[in-house]
Design a protein around this ligand. Structure first.
Ligand code: DQA
Length: 150
């Protein structure tokens, strides 16, 4: 069974309380539950981790090399700053889909650049919690296209 790692970056533990006008009312737990339901429908396994620390996210990406066939990541603000996370994803060469709750291109100019986008299979941005659901669907579709037995 395909095993997907879901990584949530900094401040996403505050979802539900954090700038609800931008990020909505769903909590991280709600999003993980939604992903669990979608994973069952797609017949894949997901494991989710949230960290506010860049190095923890880098370590989790390295560890995924042996255990996971795909990565779904909302790197939060590290999207716009972290060459380390970009290099970790490129280094392990695991197919990756980047997601964002908000539409980063409708926001401040500093959010318009993503270090991850250029090495990801694709990016989904602006659909709230549904960005994660759509991202998981797209990632699983991509993995199955490339390995039909998955
Ligand atoms: C975010 C967008 C980022 O710019 C921001 O720093 C976040 C959340 C999103 O999901 O919309 O923390 O990744």
């Amino acid at each position: 069974m395909l095993n997907i790692l879901v990584l949530h970056g900094p401040n996403l533990n505050l979802l539900g309380q954090r700038e609800p006008g931008v990020y909505g009312n769903a909590t991280l737990e709600d999003i993980n539950r939604l992903l669990e339901t979608e994973a069952q429908a797609l017949q894949v396994k997901v494991s989710a981790l949230q960290s506010n620390h860049e190095g923890v996210l880098v370590d989790a990406i390295h560890a995924a090399r042996d255990q996971h066939s795909g990565l779904l990541i909302n790197a939060g603000a590290y999207t716009h700053t972290s060459v380390a996370i970009r290099d970790a994803i490129a280094g392990v060469n695991i197919p990756t889909v980047e997601v964002h709750l908000s539409n980063i291109y409708r926001r401040e100019p500093f959010r318009h650049h993503s270090y991850i986008a250029a090495i990801a299979v694709g990016q989904i941005s602006g659909f709230g919690p549904n960005s994660y659901r759509l991202g998981l669907q797209a990632l699983v579709h991509h993995l199955r296209e490339n390995n039909p037995s998955g």
